[in-house]
Design a protein around this ligand. Structure first.
Ligand code: 5RP
Length: 224
């Protein structure tokens, strides 16, 4: 396994220790969460009782593969703990997410949880957000107009293309990856983006994170 993968696996294993019997979980998306789901599945096989709401079709697939029981918001509207990866984490625990395109469901799930635990390797820690292009989920209708409005906020939006095809989210929308110079006021930018017609949500997770676990080759550190 590559070193980067190992660090993801280490932090994911540590995060499973935060899961207690009877909890209702939010299950994030991305490659770090893959390792979390695998480890959680092992604990479930050993008797741990939990249910989870997945943030993407991919995570739901992993849950089925690893025998992690799922539920949905028709049965429960408050989660005890949501766990998820991130693309960038700043010193105030503000995040950029959505590299995997699941930002909308990830935000709905994180906002429904009493605690939001973020798991990353040390490469995701930054002084200022913005080196990673900010994913913004927009409705396909009139996307060119919405892209122009977002560009006027000071970035270069690019519609996400994967394998030569326009990327479509689990919600049937497009993603614009928006390159800002540096995001010094995440809360302000989040509000500006959310006020634009055509924007469904964006990858800034502002004032949502309870705790971040960060793996480096020596240890797993906690930031809260
Ligand atoms: C998906 C996400 C992921 O959490 C984020 O992209 C980090 O992914 P990975 O664990 O693969 O580095 O926000 O929408």
């Amino acid at each position: 396994m590559r070193k980067a993968e190992q660090l993801k696996q280490i932090v994911a294993k540590e995060a499973v220790n935060y899961v207690k019997d009877g909890m209702k979980l939010g299950l994030g998306s991305g490659s770090t969460m893959y390792f979390f789901m695998k480890e959680l599945g092992e604990r479930v096989n050993n008797g741990l009782k939990i249910v989870g709401i997945p943030t993407s079709n991919k995570t739901a697939e992993w849950a089925r593969d690893f025998h992690v029981p799922l539920t949905d918001f028709s049965k429960t509207q408050e989660l005890d703990l949501a766990i998820d990866g991130a693309d960038e984490v700043d010193p105030n625990l503000q995040l950029i997410k959505g590299g995997g395109g699941a930002l909308l469901r990830e935000k709905v799930v994180a906002a429904s949880a009493k605690e939001f635990l973020v798991i990353v390797d040390e490469s995701k820690i930054v002084e200022h957000l913005g080196k990673f292009p900010l994913p913004v989920e927009i409705v396909p209708f009139g996307w060119e107009v919405t892209a122009n409005k977002i560009a006027a906020l000071g970035c270069e939006p690019e519609r996400r293309i994967v394998n030569d095809n326009v990327y479509i989210t689990d919600n049937g929308n497009y993603i614009l990856d928006c390159k800002f110079d540096k995001i010094t006021e995440p809360e302000k930018l989040n509000n500006e983006l959310q006020s634009l017609v055509g924007v469904v949500d964006n990858g800034l997770f502002v004032n949502m994170t309870s705790k971040v676990l960060i793996s480096n080759p020596e240890q797993v550190k906690v930031m809260d």
